[in-house]
Design a protein around this ligand. Structure first.
Ligand SMILES: [Zn+2]
Length: 338
């Protein structure tokens, strides 16, 4: 079988060899196996090696930028890592492949893939803002509503500070986590002020610049949340649903939420793990007469770690936020009866 380049140097491991015997010679699956074997191996030998992935306050852009560089002027994670001046940026190509097979490059490459997987949400939000707000570089305050938010989104909450480091004009950021599984609710109930908001700690540079990140959480369905005072007080500049799968699971409870998202006439970013989901969700929004700012397409800022869905098609890997699309409002001429 053909060995994925990431596995070079790990073939001495009986664990790797055992796994390789189980899997087919699919290039993509080999990549997934390589990733997990390398991660497993490095966890044993060097627990500190995954610093970026495990330390949510270590942002790729360590120092806030003084000039704004449009994210949509970058074509790949490689260019983003270059912009952030990450020394190992050269380990990944503009097509997200490893650039050399020596052990140093392999290590750097894996760290970058981890980092991309951590940062995909923050950068997808910024890409969505760029696509929908014309004066983004001078906008001092932004409010984001994350819908269908659960544990995964909550664990990335600190990484939203990257927006401060990339957007010099941004001073205040408010992020709401709304969903039946809103993981933050517990913490926020205990620590939030009477406003329902909790402040997040940021780096010294951001503190000295008087910047603030506030978050709130609401456990429940988004269309119900929209009737609350909290929603009225903090209307969104952008609504975002990461890999919500609204045509896959809980379709009935998503239906009124999708209608209200369109009725709000606010831009809303949706992401999916694969093209099939994206096509199904596009069809559902078409039925509702949605206006598309962006039809489904590959998201440059998708996660780089592949997942194999047990119930999904064989030899196909899914990636976090692989496809994205943006809707805003409904076409008044729509003849849909939905
Ligand atoms: Zn900062």
């Amino acid at each position: 079988m053909q060995l994925h380049p990431d596995l070079t140097g790990y073939v001495e491991s009986s664990l790797v060899l055992s796994i390789l015997k189980i899997y087919s010679n699919s290039q993509d699956l080999s990549e997934q196996v390589a990733y997990h074997c390398m991660r497993y191996s490095r966890r044993i030998h060097d627990l500190g090696a995954l610093r970026l992935a495990n330390s949510p306050v270590s942002l790729p852009t360590e120092n806030p930028r003084s000039t704004y560089v449009q994210l949509n002027s970058l074509v790949s994670w490689r260019e983003y890592f270059d912009l952030a001046k990450i020394p190992t940026a050269g380990c990944i190509s503009t097509t997200n492949r490893i650039t050399s097979f020596d052990s140093e490059t392999r290590t750097g490459y894996m760290d970058l893939k981890n980092t991309a997987n951590e940062m995909t949400c923050a950068l997808t939000i910024l890409a969505g803002l760029e696509a929908t707000i014309t004066n983004l570089d001078t906008k001092p305050a932004l409010t984001i509503h994350l819908i269908g938010a659960a544990e995964w989104e909550a664990t990335k909450s600190m990484l939203i500070e990257e927006l401060f480091h990339l957007c010099p004009g941004l001073q205040n950021l408010t992020v709401g986590y709304v969903g039946p599984e809103s993981f933050l609710l517990h913490n926020c109930v205990n620590s939030a002020s009477s406003t329902g908001l909790t402040s997040l700690h940021s780096c010294k540079d951001c503190q000295n610049d008087g910047r603030s990140i506030r978050i709130f959480a609401s456990r429940g369905l988004y269309h119900e949340f929209l009737t609350t005072d909290l929603a009225t007080q903090h209307p969104p500049d952008l609504i975002v649903a990461f890999t919500a799968g609204h045509q896959d699971t809980n379709v009935d409870s998503w239906a009124p939420t999708l209608k209200q998202v369109l009725a709000s006439n606010k831009p809303a970013v949706f992401t999916t793990f694969n093209l099939k989901e994206a096509n199904e969700e596009e069809a559902a929004f078409d039925k509702l007469g949605a206006c598309f700012i962006l039809r489904p397409q590959i998201n440059t800022w998708h996660g780089l770690v592949g997942y194999h869905e047990r119930s999904g098609p064989k030899n196909v890997l899914w990636y976090k936020n692989l496809y994205w699309y943006i809707v805003k409002g409904q076409d008044p001429a729509s003849t849909s009866s939905a």
